[in-house]
Design a protein around this ligand. Sequence first.
Ligand code: NAP
Length: 296
Amino acid sequence: MTEPLFERVALIGIGLIGSSLARAIKTQGIAREVVAADRNADYSGIGLEGDLGLDHPLSPDVAATVAGADLVVLCTPVGSFGTLAAEIAPHLKPGAIVSDVGSVKELVLREVAPRLPPGVHLVPAHPIAGTEHSGPKAGFATLFKGRWCILTPPEGTDPAAVAKVRALWEGVGSMVEVMEAAHHDRVLAITSHLPHLIAYTIVDTAVGLENSTQSEVIKFSASGFRDFTRIAASDPVMWRDIFLNNREAVLDILQRFTEDLTRLQRAIRRGEGDTLQELFTRTRRIRREVVDANQA
Ligand code: NAP
């Protein structure tokens, strides 16, 4: 058997992503020991350790959990990263790697990097994988298989630390790409953040309809609405934090989207069928490309 990549991995937050990572690391033998901390008291004492492959009981104590770890991964909503970084900093092992799975990446450079002691390496990561469910019961070991994971190491990061985090994600089945944090946040604003905002809005618009129409919205939801309700069921705290922390990129994309929507509105009002058909033909091609890239 080959040596594990890490001696001790500490995960902070054991929700959908943290619990999936724990399971995947254990299944793939990537670390000798996996430990985790979570503030949610509902998750202690319910025997999660066996299910997740943790080597110690799940702890509420973040500082004790990171002590001695050679890799620490923040798996909580991004709004908590700054406070958590300050809390763990004095307890990190010299030479440890700190990473995260947050959906926004410039924030990690802003909130986490300045709080880490010298000699600790920061390699932020974002697995482009997930579901609309939350919590440790929703996680599973194969969540990251065949999915992209984006690394956004700040300039000058030790290449050996980046290589280890890359090997971790490749080890759990992901394909890895490295890019600048600001670029990541722009790309994700259009591919993930805006679609979620639209889904939240459509579902809320439906809720605002008068009662009689509302019941029919549910009854006939298979006509398209259903897919939006799945996205709009995503975790409220996680998504609040994403919009608050990727404000500029989201507002810029939202402005472009609003202009495009207004253009379509005008085409419908003026009866410009060609405009509509051309656009729908272009977008159908994009769907085919997504399917061909195995990202459907
Ligand atoms: P989740 O299922 O809601 O789990 C988050 C866990 O972290 C919860 O148990 C939560 O406890 C705990 N927590 C929150 N603040 C904490 C703190 N200060 N100290 C210790 N534990 C804390 O969330 P998730 O879906 O796994 O998302 C986690 C991260 O992954 C987020 O940064 C998100 O942006 C990123 N991400 C998510 C997805 C996705 O599709 N879900 C995909 C890629 C990346 P409470 O229940 O008490 O709040």
